[in-house]
Write a protein that binds this ligand. Structure first.
Ligand code: S3P
Length: 434
């Protein structure tokens, strides 16, 4: 996929919408599958990741029907106690969220489940979920002592645990809490820093008592969600690409409607504001326990900053887009404390550094982050071939860079964008026509 030169890039203007939040969509499907009866989720993300979760849940005995045209999922489930050993392998595709959360579900289901994914997912660390699930009583085998998929889970008969995690991970927290619903006694997860808390909000919204005490969260075994209707707001991580595009392309001003604005997801917008961005987040409602609102962004002159490592868990998925903003800013931007980026869908630190260097930007790479020496007024000095590594967020980040680059930017492996943002180019085109 080739992106145009700056002279040919029209500004982005008007109101746009982005696909449903991916994290909330996975959870809406999974929590509904644990509830006995019929649930409906509207505004659901229909990218490849959430579709993989839908197929896996269906294989476990909860029928999930996705109406892609209407972004609507209907889930008919016999409930957690009647989910059953799947006849085939559960293929989670590219989705770390799907495999880790479903490991928690499968640990509570009697019988054997085998979970796997694509080449990228089969390289990602799973012990962070597998070890606590084993402590709860699940029998799990896999490559590298159970760290790498394919993983075989023999579930049921679990006991609750009191887990202290060393990495702030919502996927780990969710897997253990979901397994905790099927365990005896109480299950508590304590994190070093708060990770995204959609699971807590959404379990509560479906009738499950969730006890919170500082960074600890607990559920009691035997609690079951009740079926309900979910309305999934737009994905702030998807909105981030449009926000950065609007900030960088002269003459732009866009408003993105109905975006999830849970504070644990909007730190990247705060960082952009601190870089001098004309950006405004306006709260507007609530959806299934999740705050929603609009995000407006207009073309701005940005300056580099040192990002506070304490903000990293709340902006981790936005780093690729943030790096593009940093490369177009005046001065240096540093990001540290983000080693987790190396075990996402790709090694995002390495791929962002390589891609930026290819476009003429000066970058220093650290084990846990990057320093990007930006250029006032934007403009990358070179064009070139960018390796996306099959990672949707890397691909979209460099598409945004292509809007302001002086030469052509060619993103290899563009189809991975379907993972989270089907129709990305149509939305950009719409904004440019607006
Ligand atoms: C997610 C949690 C985060 C995030 C991922 C989605 C979730 O991962 O990076 O894209 O939906 O819970 P970790 O749990 O590994 O931090």
């Amino acid at each position: 996929m080739i992106f145009k030169k700056a002279s040919a890039t029209p500004p982005l203007r008007g109101r746009v919408r982005v696909p449903g939040d991916k994290s909330i969509s996975h959870r809406a499907l999974i929590i509904s599958a644990l509830a006995e009866g019929r649930s409906v989720a509207t505004g659901v993300n229909t990218g490849d990741d959430v579709m993989a979760t839908a197929r896996c849940l269906t294989a476990l005995g909860a029928s999930v029907t996705m109406d892609i045209g209407r972004s609507r999922a209907t889930i008919e489930s016999p409930g957690l106690d009647s989910l059953a050993e799947p006849a085939g392998v559960l293929d989670c595709g590219n989705s770390g969220t799907a495999i880790r959360m479903l490991l928690g579900v499968c640990a509570a289901v009697s019988g054997q489940s085998v979970l796997t994914g694509d080449e990228s997912l089969r390289r990602r660390p799973m012990l962070r979920v597998v070890s606590p699930l084993r402590q709860m009583g699940a029998r799990i085998d896999g490559r590298d002592h159970g760290n790498l998929a394919p993983l075989t889970v023999r579930g049921a008969g679990l006991e609750g645990i009191d887990l202290e995690t060393t990495v702030a991970s919502a996927q780990v927290k969710t897997a253990i809490l979901l397994a905790g619903l099927g365990a005896s006694g109480r299950t508590t997860v304590t994190e070093p820093v708060l990770s995204r808390d959609h699971t807590e909000h959404m379990l509560e919204a479906s009738g499950v008592a969730v006890a919170k005490d500082g960074l600890s969260v607990s559920v009691t075994g035997g609690a079951r969600p009740v079926p309900r209707e979910w309305s999934v707001p737009g994905d702030p991580s998807a909105a981030m690409f449009l926000v950065v595009a609007a900030l960088l392309v002269p003459g732009s001003e866009i408003t993105i409607d109905d975006v999830a604005i849970n504070p644990i997801r909007t730190a990247a917008f705060e960082v952009l504001a601190a870089m001098g961005a004309d950006i405004e987040v306006t709260p507007g409602g609530d959806s299934g326990g999740e705050p929603t609102g609009t995000v407006r962004a207009a073309h701005s002159e940005l300056r580099g900053i040192a990002i506070d490592p304490a903000q990293v868990p709340a902006l981790i998925d936005e780093v690729p887009a943030l790096c593009i903003a940093a490369a177009a800013a005046d001065g240096e931007t540093t990001l540290r404390g983000a080693a987790e980026l190396r075990v996402k869908e790709s090694d995002r630190i390495s791929l962002m550094a390589c891609g930026l260097v290819a476009l003429g930007v000066t970058v220093e790479e650290f084990p846990d982050g990057l320093a990007i020496r930006g250029r006032a007024g934007g403009g990358f000095t070179a064009g070139g071939d960018i390796q996306s590594g099959g990672d949707h967020r890397i691909a979209m980040a460099f598409a945004v860079a292509g809007l302001i680059a002086r030469e052509k930017v060619r993103v290899q492996g563009w189809s991975c964008v379907e993972t989270s943002f089907p129709g990305f180019l149509d939305v950009v085109g719409e904004a440019q026509a607006g």
